[in-house]
Design a protein around this ligand. Structure first.
Ligand code: SF4
Length: 206
């Protein structure tokens, strides 16, 4: 398949978590609601329902549409903070239901929003934030060179997935499967005990 279409920014978080999860959701259109996804949906509906407001020197815009021609991304920002000044500071803010993670999954999604914003407004976006509802904590995120590199690598890898159109095998990091809403659809355990694919690969590769 020729990957001329645009990726949903949310697919990057899915890809970083587990490429198979990304393929099941975005290629195969599989989706299963569990407690966590339902709670996350309610949270985003609440966030999206708000209107723009001004508090002192900061303007808050909600549900801002995003696009990048360069990276072929589309999506929506939960919140855009615009701090007034000679050079206004723009910060994307993402709301998450869970807790701050050591891994970059959420930060990659946020950084992709920043890349879109930079292209759309021809500005530099150096920082953003993620609000974790369960912890009631805001994590400030700097879009440094390392995070930008990781984000661009994830964008490229996700586009490649859409080009090949092949759903990858389950992640080897099985602890991630416990919180995955697609566990039943994915069947990672049955997949590991099914050796037919490696058998066929062996036939053709020997
Ligand atoms: S169950 Fe595990 S392998 Fe399957 S999609 Fe979810 S995280 Fe990936």
């Amino acid at each position: 398949m020729n990957d001329q279409h645009f990726l949903a920014i949310s697919a990057l978080q899915h890809y970083a978590y587990c490429p198979r999860q990304c393929a099941l959701i975005h290629l195969e259109q599989a989706w299963a609601e569990n407690f966590f996804t339902a709670e996350g949906k309610v949270l985003h509906e609440r966030v999206d329902s708000g209107v723009a407001e001004q508090r002192r020197s900061v303007r808050y815009e909600r549900g801002v549409a995003l696009i990048s021609q360069r990276y072929r991304l589309t999506g929506k920002m939960d919140l855009l903070e615009i701090e007034a000044g000679a050079s206004p500071i723009l910060r994307p803010v993402e709301y998450k239901r869970g807790r701050k993670k050591a891994e970059d999954w959420d930060r990659i999604q946020l950084c992709a929003q920043a890349l879109c914003l930079e292209e759309m407004r021809d500005i530099e976006v150096t920082e953003g934030a993620i609000w974790y509802r369960e912890q009631r904590k805001r994590e400030n995120v700097l879009f440094d060179a390392a995070l930008r590199r990781t984000t661009i690598d994830t964008i490229n890898a996700a586009h490649q997935l859409f080009e090949t159109y092949i759903t990858p095998p389950p992640t080897k990091k099985r602890s991630r499967c416990r919180a995955c809403s697609l566990f039943d659809i994915c069947s990672p355990i049955a997949f590991s005990s099914d050796h037919s694919s490696s058998y066929i690969t062996d036939i053709y590769e020997s």
